[in-house]
Write a protein that binds this ligand. Structure first.
Ligand code: BG6
Length: 510
């Protein structure tokens, strides 16, 4: 991969004065630059409504780098990096401003010899995705006309339900071709997420047992210890199912459950992800309350700090029905996974920040040692893919404790990224920007993928909406901030003789 070379390019960032540009994009570009991965000829043109100049923009980016980059830039290094950055003020829905933008792009192209390769990055609120892309097309910036390539990165959220996602897809495809569109899910930029496919398909020993004959169930946890903080206003309109399940969690399910692709390329990988997502059984309205648990956090302690309950947070309706936690028992109706439940859960203000996939294997057919094993009812043959933090993979099994009697204990074989590879994983945005600049869409979400994920999530959203209409006094169950979620989520598994695997050692660090 290291010999992949980025061609000359101009990156145009819409929403250049926003948080994402400062926190993620510019630090990612700086890191690529420091590693020598950016080409000699490149330019970055920031575009936003705020009045600013090239110099002012550069000064703000320098401050941002001091704050958010792993390494602060040295003086000479900064001067060399900064001279590639430019700024253009304009509205997102004014044709005259886009005509000016087109002129400015020509100038910056010429100044940096970009060969008219353009990457447009929509780092704006989704309300302006449509006007921006319409105008790009209208002023002739969307089409590839033989003079270099044109690509578009679209940030999340991609729609807020199935209908709006379909509508946005149709709109984008009127102005760009599907293979010009790079929809971001930053989880796919995480090293450990990419490793799911290497682990499964780069080895011969796991795949033969990765199916209904050997696997009892799969658990996927995406827990966050922080509450919604000052994002209450945004979160009220999202909720855990839109914010995390439709995108990040569905992606983890797809990578864990998909069939082997015929090759490691954008089409083959995404075809298989879509196939498995289509196999997720949509829920009937009367199944939702049995299969999906939603809840809201109440006041408590997380990360050593007291936080108010969700409903007491600024920007949040005191009667809010927005869920900050979801657990869902998914069923995948295909040959590999029929009758193997996938339990997924995500929540804010939980006991720890933890993203983990646990593939739990069946018990041996005869439990000879059950009298010597205190918790034999909990299966110990588990493959744990720890996505974050402490990126690692563990295989759990039972072993005899040394001594004159049979004493069976669960033990682990473990691989830790930090111990083995030493270096810190690259930031997700670094990898994703690099891939988009190289024209590799494997780690981006295709239009049909977004729609099938929304389709499954929408069945739940519709059910919840109907429930709220039928019951004006509806309240969501609460879980204490700093806990592992509501009792109802424990019951979801316990009713079937199963248990969430909560890594208790992580709680101690809170
Ligand atoms: C974002 C959500 O997509 O993912 C946030 O909007 C969430 O609410 C974040 O906190 C989690 O990402 P990570 O990389 O910290 O697990």
């Amino acid at each position: 991969m290291s010999n992949r070379t980025i061609p000359p390019v101009l990156i145009v960032v819409f929403g250049a004065s926003g948080d994402l540009t400062k926190r993620k994009l510019v630090p990612a570009l700086f890191s690529l630059y420091r590693q020598g991965l950016l080409p000699d000829h490149y330019g970055v043109l920031g575009y936003a409504r705020t009045d600013s100049s090239d110099d002012q923009f550069r000064a703000e980016l320098r401050e941002a780098l001091e704050e958010f980059s792993n390494v602060a830039p040295g003086e000479a290094e900064w001067r060399e990096f900064a001279r590639h950055f430019h700024y253009q003020q304009g509205n997102y829905d004014a044709r005259a401003d886009f005509e000016r933008l087109a002129e400015r792009i020509k100038e910056v192209d010429a100044a940096h010899h970009t060969e008219s390769n353009h990457l447009f990055y929509l780092s704006t609120p989704p309300s302006v995705f449509k006007p921006i892309t319409t105008l790009l097309h209208e002023v002739g910036l969307g089409q590839e006309n033989g003079n270099g390539w044109t690509r578009l990165i679209v940030e999340k959220p991609f729609g807020r339900d199935l209908a709006s996602a379909v509508d946005l897809n149709q709109h984008l495809r009127r102005n760009f071709k599907e293979d010009q569109i790079y929809r971001i899910d930053h989880y796919l930029g995480k090293e450990t997420v990419q490793n799911i496919l290497v682990f499964r398909f780069g080895n011969g020993i796991f795949e033969p047992i990765w199916n209904r004959n050997y696997v009892d169930h799969v658990q996927i946890t995406v827990a966050e210890s922080l509450g919604v903080g000052d994002r209450g206003g945004y979160y009220e309109r999202a909720g855990a199912i839109r914010d995390m399940i439709q995108n990040h969690v569905m992606q983890l399910v797809a990578l864990t459950a998909m069939e082997p692709p015929v090759a490691y390329d954008a089409k083959a990988v995404r075809d298989q992800k879509v196939n498995v997502m289509r196999s997720i059984r949509p829920l009937e309205p009367d199944e939702i309350s049995d299969r999906v648990v939603r809840a809201q956090y109440s006041a408590g302690q997380t990360g050593g700090k007291s936080i108010p309950g969700y409903r007491e947070t600024e920007g949040v309706d005191p009667h809010s029905l927005t869920e900050t936690y979801v657990a869902w028992r998914l069923q995948i109706d295909n040959w590999r996974w029929k009758d193997v439940p996938f339990y997924v859960r995500t929540g804010k203000a939980m006991a720890a920040k933890l993203t983990e996939i646990n593939v739990v294997f069946r018990q041996p057919p005869l439990m000879f040692f059950k009298d010597f094993d205190n918790d034999y009812h909990i299966p110990h043959n588990v493959i744990t893919l720890r996505i974050q933090p402490d990126e690692s993979i563990h295989l759990g099994f039972d072993a005899k404790r040394p001594g004159p009697i049979i004493d069976v204990n669960p033990v682990m074989m473990s691989f830790s990224y930090a111990e083995t590879f030493g270096k810190k994983s690259a930031e997700a945005y670094e990898r994703l920007l690099l891939d988009a600049l190289l024209g590799d869409g494997t780690l981006f979400i295709r239009g049909d993928e977004v729609e099938v994920a929304w389709d499954r999530v929408n069945s739940v959203l519709d059910g919840w909406e109907a429930e709220a209409k039928a019951n004006p006094n509806l309240n969501l169950p609460a879980y204490r901030a700093g806990s592992w979620g509501p009792d109802a989520a424990d019951n979801l598994l316990e009713a079937e003789g199963r248990y969430w695997r909560n890594p208790y050692h992580l709680v101690k660090h809170q």
